[in-house]
Design a protein around this ligand. Structure first.
Ligand SMILES: [Zn+2]
Length: 110
């Protein structure tokens, strides 16, 4: 068998997928692994579908990252809001994403 498939993606840089930095743990991850959040008024809300214009941030679907972001006031920093920023909508979305997601975690095809 000499039919060898040549792979051009042998570089160490990996894929060219967009990497975003989580404002909670500061680790970079694929955009599909992160929740985009945007500022709306003095609140931070999850941006379903990347439709909201304006300043956005990214957060892993992980309660730990959300907690870390809150502790370091990453939301108010990322969105240049005051300390009274409301993140309840994000907290709720985070719970929905992390609650019982063991069986319903479907990967959406691109
Ligand atoms: Zn994170």
């Amino acid at each position: 068998m000499s039919n060898v498939t040549i792979r051009k993606s042998a570089g160490s840089t990996g894929t060219r997928e967009c990497l975003r930095t989580c404002i909670g743990c500061r680790q970079r991850g694929r955009q599909s692994d992160l929740m985009r959040v945007v500022a709306k008024g003095s609140a931070v809300i999850p941006d379903a579908g990347d439709r909201q214009a304006g300043r956005g941030g990214y957060l892993h679907y992980d309660q730990k990252c959300f907690d870390a972001a809150q502790q370091r006031q990453a939301f108010s920093r990322a969105f240049r809001l005051g300390s009274s920023v409301s993140v309840e909508a994000v907290a709720k979305a985070m719970q929905e994403q992390t609650d019982g997601s063991q069986s319903g975690d479907e990967m959406s095809s691109q």
